[in-house]
Write a protein that binds this ligand. Sequence first.
Ligand code: UDX
Length: 453
Amino acid sequence: GSSAPQVAVIGTGYVGLVSGACLAEAGWRVACVDQVEAKITKLKAGVIPIYEPGLDEVVVRNAEAGRLTFTTDIAEALREAQIVIIAVGTPTRKLDGNADLQYVYAASRDIARSLKHYAVVVTKSTVPAGTGNEVRRIIERENPGLDFDVASNPEFLREGNAVSDFMKPDRIVIGTDSARARERLEALYRPFTDQGFELISTDIISSELIKYAANTFLATKVSFINEMADICEKVGGDIGAISRGMGSDKRIGREFLKPGPGYGGSCFPKDTLAMVHIGEKALSPATIVEAVITVNRSRPHRMVAKVVQAAGGSVDGKTIALLGLTFKPNTDDVRDSVAVLVAEQLVQKGATVRAFDPKGMEHAREMLGDAITYCPTMADAIGDADLCVLATEWEEFVRFPLEGYREALRNPILVDLRNVFSLEAMAEAGFEYHSIGRTSIQAPLPETLARSA
Ligand code: UDX
């Protein structure tokens, strides 16, 4: 039979590339389309423009098997496609905080012009409730008389875990408004449902809202535990014990109860803002989500205050080692990373910041320029620094021996914004140690003084 692609994915960004590659892995012939020629040229050569563990293997394997192709020619990609997936970006619109849908609408117009047969046009990009209907109107206007359906199919990929999140999903959500579209999408995901993965089939608006509900709820868990951690610091108590104690209630769940510098990345900040706008527009405010954003916005300032306190009241003239720039480990993404904001504010307060991140240095440089020093290794960053701030829980930082930290630093002072070390270990190793929602450990008295005391 034909070897033309069965599925076309528009947009080779994060979501598009992962979805395209994984659908090919599931056995479909997939074309990934992008307007940017340079991206397609690179992808054809097997060069993956994003850092995502395991993705390169899936891309290369399926490209070599002929199931995964890359093209700038949308008409060619759509020639026999049964399903067209829109996976372009929906960034926050600077003007008003709404999700910017211009790329979704442009993709809809391009699809409409190229489509000559029945297909299901699916939005995978995170889009506000009602966008599916807008996509439908655009296609009807551009290509009157075309037989097609629209559908929603949000993704729940975590950066750093995207391939396994796609291949082994907690659930697949599809939103459709016709039996024909539903059957097509059920067929698309049959390789997954055959393995027992759950598929939730609903209407289009509900499907669009599920994505926002899930992400804003997770962000709520994070802001909630961060607020509890702040209270712990004032009244005593250990946030780790509280997370365990709460989380082992099955109705609450253990995950996303790790305190830290606040959530960042390309999804939570954007989706919480968009959720608030959806509520405002509907005259039904998302009050809880508003509070979640407020709590998260106060985090960078609090983190900086913690560092200033650890530095004895001022960071002016001090050299600070900053470990971690990305918003979480195993990604090179520094978008809305609290570490970057903390670096900026420390510099403003007169500190010299010496940073190291295993993957995020290049992107951080695009944001911070020469305001901070980018060290080639972790050891360079901590060498002779007045104190060390751990902002992202990269394995490399967690594994690094405590004696190594102590020998490198001018003073054994560690501000740990991710609670990766135990209080006992830090006390034993003789550190002054400040973390989140736990008692601080002050520097032990020098031995001579301790003896005379
Ligand atoms: C998130 C969702 O998890 C995913 O389902 C969705 O598709 C996209 O958005 P991602 O942005 O990759 O994924 O990161 P995630 O692992 O969810 O972490 C988000 C932020 O919350 C990070 O800054 C992380 O450090 C922080 N976080 C997470 C905490 O501070 N504590 C936690 O317990 C969990």
